[in-house]
Design a protein around this ligand. Structure first.
Ligand code: PLP
Length: 388
């Protein structure tokens, strides 16, 4: 079945009178997501949060995200952000003196900071795997770095600051040869390109709701494969992740929900589920093709503008487009575009310090068109960048 742009746009009224190019930051939710969140908040106000939760199907998300991410329902957990989801799994990796953690050049600050912080504390090292000339992780170089001391390889599927898509299967296979875990940051991939635990071999996958998935803010998810769970030692335990089974005893859950906490915004979580369902209804492959086509159109248009340099790396590119314009700062250009009804953001060096430092970049404009953006809007954005 073909993609129905008109109905996607009708479900996203706010995309009609503005050019919204920030689905890598925080997208516009489709109407069913907004309706779900508001309806649940209203119900909480009518009968109280506990009864409202009892009426709702709060467990629908486990099979749903298992379908979306290629895993089993008991391998799924929910959280209020990707960062918290990732941290809860990372904190459970038993790291000691002499252990090694490998990261790639597009590592995100949200993971680099905690890894560098805890590695120093326990005497482990964080080491950088180089990239190929086209920007993906260099799997051969990675293989050369692996040994039994490597406990964790952290891979960002799609970086926050560019359109490249990293290979996952080869990295997971290499990591597994030495018994290391592969943590996949799927924040910028889930909702715009296919992500599958089964097909890639990733042990842990973390992601967020508000970006390409078009869910509410304050939502995140985690996949922890059953085999990986056996290697993890969860420490951040509450009355949901563990049962206080006797006066001096606790029993940890034996599924991925051991990484959840009890309290959450039920409305936001139901909205996240609505977003996943909306995506599955359109089809992940369809979305990937539509998003890639818009990003390519945007790159091609930008490349024609004198003084504009498209900065995306990668042999296979997805929906994130980064660029700079001579003589104007990224922040200035973002503000000019915003005043003209074009929403973009800025990628600063501080969020991907390895990558931006090696490329000598301090800031870039980031434009991330979702499938609800029309070709005319892409061309309109290009014209405004040319003028700005
Ligand atoms: C946004 C982002 C995150 C963090 O997601 P939160 O929901 O804000 O915690 C992690 N990694 C990448 C690559 C991101 O772009």
């Amino acid at each position: 079945m073909g993609f129905d742009l008109a109905s996607a746009r009708a479900d996203t009224p706010a995309c009609l009178d503005q050019i919204f190019l920030d689905s890598a930051g925080s997208s516009l939710p489709p109407q069913p997501v907004l309706d779900t969140v508001i309806a649940h908040l209203r119900r909480e106000a009518e009968i109280g949060g506990y009864r409202a939760a009892n009426e709702a199907d709060v467990d629908q998300g486990y099979p749903l995200f298992a379908e979306l991410l290629g895993c089993e329902p008991d391998e799924v957990a929910f959280s209020d952000s990707a960062a918290r989801a990732w941290l809860s799994a990372y904190d459970a990796v038993p790291l000691g003196p002499g252990d090694r953690v490998l990261v790639t050049e597009v590592e995100y600050a949200g993971q680099a900071a905690p890894m560098l912080h805890t590695a120093a504390r326990v005497g482990a090292s964080v080491e950088l795997v180089p990239s190929t000339p086209s920007g993906e992780v260099d799997v051969e170089a990675l293989r050369g770095m692996l040994d039994e001391r490597v406990k964790l390889v952290s891979l960002v599927h799609v970086p926050t600051n560019g359109g490249l898509v990293n290979p996952v299967r080869e990295v997971a296979d290499a990591a597994h040869e030495v018994g290391a875990l592969l943590f996949l940051d799927a924040c910028q991939s889930t909702g715009q390109v296919p992500v599958s635990a089964r097909e890639t071999g990733a042990d842990v996958i973390s992601g967020t709701g508000r970006k390409w998935l078009r869910g509410p803010r304050g939502t995140g998810f985690l996949v922890v494969r059953a085999a990986a769970r056996a290697k993890l030692e969860p420490r951040l335990i509450d009355l949901h992740s563990a049962e206080w089974s006797d006066l001096d005893q606790v029993k940890l859950r034996d599924d991925a929900r051991v990484f959840e906490l009890w309290e959450c915004s039920v409305a936001a979580r139901l909205g996240l589920f609505a977003a996943a369902r909306y995506l599955l209804d359109i089809g992940v492959e369809t979305v990937a093709a539509e998003v890639a086509a818009r990003a390519e159109r945007l790159r091609a248009g930008l490349a024609e503008i004198p003084g504009v340099t498209v900065r995306d790396l990668g042999g296979t590119r997805c929906g994130i487009v980064t660029f700079t314009k001579e003589g104007v700062s990224a922040h200035q250009l973002r503000d000019t575009l915003r005043a003209e009804g074009v929403t973009v953001t800025v990628s600063d060096r501080s969020s991907t310090r390895y990558d931006m430092t090696r490329r000598g970049l301090h800031e870039m404009v980031r434009a991330s068109p979702h499938y609800f953006v029309s070709d005319e809007q892409i061309d309109g954005a290009v014209a405004r960048v040319a003028a700005g």
